[in-house]
Design a protein around this ligand. Structure first.
Ligand SMILES: Nc1nc2c(ncn2[C@@H]2O[C@H](COP(=O)(O)OP(=O)(O)OP(=O)(O)O)[C@@H](O)[C@H]2O)c(=O)[nH]1
Ligand SMILES: [Mg+2]
Length: 194
């Protein structure tokens, strides 16, 4: 009896250590911005490290949440994508995360104002004040994509960053071509710490 209690307590402490070492990065953004494709590409890039990513896989709209484990050089990060259609309940996932990636579609001008409101909601959430945020301007491969200067001015990004309580980083990426994805992995490696 005593031995089994000891085993149970050591199992619990191992699990606690495992949870501590396994950080959660919340991946947020409106419907269709490219979150699922991003995690699939990050997983592939992280496994193969070098070489071309090949053709992008197909994706389906995420209903609910989608978990992807990334074993980085020094730690494990679980990327938790929340489908764009889950916007109203995103805040119920804010508690357990150590970093946030917020994704924007650089082609979809009609989505800018709703994305901007979602971003402000994320940055002002008290639970996320100590958490680093990476904003990704995705779909840079498309010919009709807006420039970073245009996107920043549409979002009034300089003002948003100046008033954000947490560190905010901006990156231009393409989940399709792979542009900027190594930088996303580097950011996860260095920033996903509470
Ligand atoms: N050209 C191009 N297409 C992209 C890029 N990223 C995603 N897409 C396409 O955009 C569509 C939506 O991508 P998803 O990854 O499913 O979008 P999502 O953000 O996960 O959407 P929800 O799960 O509904 O919130 C798919 O057809 C992708 O192939 C990109 O960088 N470039
Ligand atoms: Mg998705």
């Amino acid at each position: 009896m005593h031995a089994s209690m000891l085993r149970l307590s050591s199992l619990c402490s191992c699990r606690k250590k495992e949870m501590k070492n396994n950080e959660i990065c919340l991946l947020l953004g409106a419907t269709g911005v490219g979150k699922t494709l991003l995690v699939k590409r990050l997983q592939k890039l992280n496994l193969q490290r070098t070489g071309a990513l090949g053709d992008p896989p197909s994706t389906l709209p995420t209903v609910g949440t989608n978990l992807t484990d990334l074993t980085l050089k020094k730690k494990k990060v679980t990327v938790r994508e929340l489908g764009g259609c889950m916007g109203p309940i995103w805040p119920s996932y804010f508690e357990d995360c150590s970093s946030v990636i917020f994704m924007v579609d650089s082609v979809n001008i009609a989505q800018v104002s709703s994305s901007c409101i979602q971003l402000l909601t994320v940055l002002s959430a008290e639970l996320l004040h100590p958490v680093s945020v990476l904003i990704l301007f995705n779909k840079r491969d498309m010919p009709c994509t807006m420039s970073l200067v245009e996107m920043k001015s549409l979002f009034r990004m300089d003002e948003i960053i100046a008033s954000a309580p947490q560190p905010v980083t901006l990156l231009e990426v393409s989940a399709h071509s792979g542009q900027g994805l190594q930088e996303v992995l580097n950011w996860l490696e260095s920033n996903a710490i509470k």
